[in-house]
Design a binder for this molecule. Structure first.
Ligand SMILES: [Zn+2]
Ligand SMILES: [Zn+2]
Ligand SMILES: [Zn+2]
Length: 263
């Protein structure tokens, strides 16, 4: 199984428009300014691509979906798994139409609240008018709230708490777990995360936040779950990997856009 971190930023992305508008005057460690010159500081909105059994499974369609597909030359999408319906995780969806040309229907999976919110957000896709001009992707929604099959691949949804996001869930595929937006991993979900080869977990910033894990909270989960490796994602401009990375445990690293890992 091969995993590509398509985007590793929080909802604003790095560099953020807020920082650019103020000419980076208030950017805490000048990460947004550095990102202009060094691509390892750039963070597009969160998503991963999992290549397994010859299938391309996409986890979320971030607002930067189109750029991510171009940057990684992704030529095929066989299914999409959605974690939740916050804007940064779903608003690239319209561009998926290029992958459903010729009437190909792309199955999409998520919890029922997530699929409901998606269908409300993209009414023109899910309830198209009688005359269709051809600009609409063909999608087949499937509720996935318990261990199940996605195109023949076993997938385990991992329910998590993340602020007001109803039905938010990460996913486990074999030795990989992807939890990009979490504040609390409930007891029952912790039990589904034993014996991981690779945990991809959110880590907003060093300071605490009401609906996202801080660096210390993420590291506490890593210590409890003991995955072989952990990559931290969904990061703000508060995290400068050059400054923070030397203090991480040896099995934990900050992810960056375009990083590809074999599991
Ligand atoms: Zn997010
Ligand atoms: Zn900034
Ligand atoms: Zn979110």
């Amino acid at each position: 199984m091969r995993v590509t971190l398509l985007g590793t930023g929080t909802s604003h992305g790095v560099p953020s428009l807020d920082c650019m508008i103020d000419d980076y005057a208030r950017c805490p460690h000048q990460v947004c300014r550095k990102a202009e010159a060094d691509p390892r500081h750039r963070r597009t909105r969160c998503s991963i691509l999992v290549v397994v059994n010859g299938l391309n499974l996409l986890l979320d369609t971030s607002q930067d979906f189109r750029e991510q597909m171009l940057a990684n030359r992704v030529r095929q999408i066989d299914a999409v798994l959605f974690t939740h319906a916050h804007a940064d995780h779903i608003y690239g969806l319209p561009d998926i139409r290029s992958y459903s040309r010729g009437g190909k229907v792309i199955p999409i999976y998520g919890s029922s609240p997530t699929l409901y919110a998606l269908q409300k957000s993209f009414d023109y896709i899910f309830h198209p008018p009688a005359f269709v001009g051809g600009g609409i992707p063909q999608l087949a929604p499937h509720v996935l709230e318990a261990r199940g099959q996605v195109e023949g691949v076993e997938v385990i949804p991992i329910p998590v708490e993340h602020g007001n996001a109803e039905g938010c869930q990460g996913y486990r595929i074999g030795g990989l777990a992807y939890l990009p937006d979490v504040k609390v991993i409930p007891e029952g979900s912790l039990a589904l995360l034993e014996g991981l080869d690779l945990l991809i977990l959110n880590c907003l910033r060093p300071r605490p936040h009401i609906s996202h894990l801080s660096l210390a909270e993420s590291l506490a989960y890593v210590e409890a779950l003991r995955p072989k490796r952990c990559l931290l994602t969904h990061m703000t401009h508060d995290i400068d990997y050059e400054v923070e990375e030397p203090s991480l445990p040896p099995n934990v690293r900050f992810a960056y856009d375009g990083l590809t890992v074999t599991v």
